[in-house]
Design a protein around this ligand. Structure first.
Ligand code: ADP
Ligand code: MG
Ligand code: MG
Length: 249
């Protein structure tokens, strides 16, 4: 009974091998942190789970609730409950944030065999959720991410995550570029979303996010593999000794 199982995953981009045998199993209710130096393959792993087309999966498998998702399109994976918050969120000109969120939510509801929400019902729901991330209502009428500050984009991702009620949420460097207040608000939002039935993967280069969100497991990625797994003290050791320390252990 795992939400996610990654089995001996090898993948490349432009014929360059990036992932060299990743194994990872995640149960409902768990929070996993994936840390590692720049270029170790963390974002590649998250994009493969989400089904990003630029990456070639060479061998291995990705199971979601025991079933391989390799044949599923990215949007199918999202509807099924896999959520990826991007390291660099895209701007979508001409589409209001509210419309974007409502379309995403209704697609997810359709998958869960729930009726669509009307614009009014949606508005009632979203106004509850925006408080969670400390966002202003005016963000809803603005175009998706257009002119949003780094912190606002991150809040918007957490809002999206709260709304979609995904089973597996992957947050890739959600903490990058945030000041300490924004970090605290985002972390609170993420903690509120951690339930016994869903799982969260936090990808982060730094340990500071883990002062606010305590993961059940910390994995260190290096050169396309998970080279070490431990609890939160592993992140603290890493902070103390730097990534070179991993090579010597
Ligand atoms: P991380 O998120 O851990 O910093 P990435 O998954 O982004 O690492 O990158 C892993 C490796 O893949 C790096 O060596 C990076 O240079 C390479 N890489 C990523 N994207 C591309 C690309 N589009 N073309 C060629 N190499 C890439
Ligand atoms: Mg837990
Ligand atoms: Mg990355």
């Amino acid at each position: 009974n795992y939400i996610l199982e990654i089995k001996d995953l090898h993948a490349s981009i432009s014929d360059i091998p990036i992932l060299k045998g990743v194994n990872l199993s995640i149960k409902p209710g768990e929070i996993h942190a994936i840390m590692g130096p720049n270029g170790s393959g963390k974002s590649t792993l998250s994009k493969l789970i989400a089904g990003h087309p630029a990456y070639s999966l060479l061998s291995g498998d990705i199971l979601f609730y025991g079933k391989s998702i390799l044949q599923m399109e990215p949007d199918e994976r999202a509807r099924a409950g896999i959520f990826l918050a991007f390291q660099y969120p895209v701007e979508i000109p001409g589409v209001s944030n509210a419309d974007f969120l409502r379309i995403a939510l209704n697609a997810r509801r359709k998958f869960k065999k729930l009726p669509e929400l009307s614009p009014l019902e949606f508005f009632q729901l979203i106004t509850e959720k925006i408080d969670l991330v400390g966002m202003k209502e005016s963000f809803l009428t603005r175009n998706v991410n257009e002119g949003f500050s780094g912190g606002e984009k991150k809040r918007n991702e957490i809002l999206q995550m709260a709304l979609l009620d995904s089973n597996l949420s992957i947050l890739d460097e959600t903490d990058s570029g945030l000041d300490i207040d924004a970090l605290r608000i985002i972390a609170q939002g993420i903690n509120t979303l951690a339930t016994p039935t869903n799982s969260i993967v936090l990808i982060t280069h730094y340990q500071r996010l883990l002062d606010y969100i305590i993961p059940d497991f910390v994995h260190i990625m290096s050169d396309g593999k998970i080279v070490k797994t431990g609890n939160v003290s592993l992140a603290q050791d890493l902070e103390k000794h730097g990534y070179d320390w991993i090579k010597g252990t």
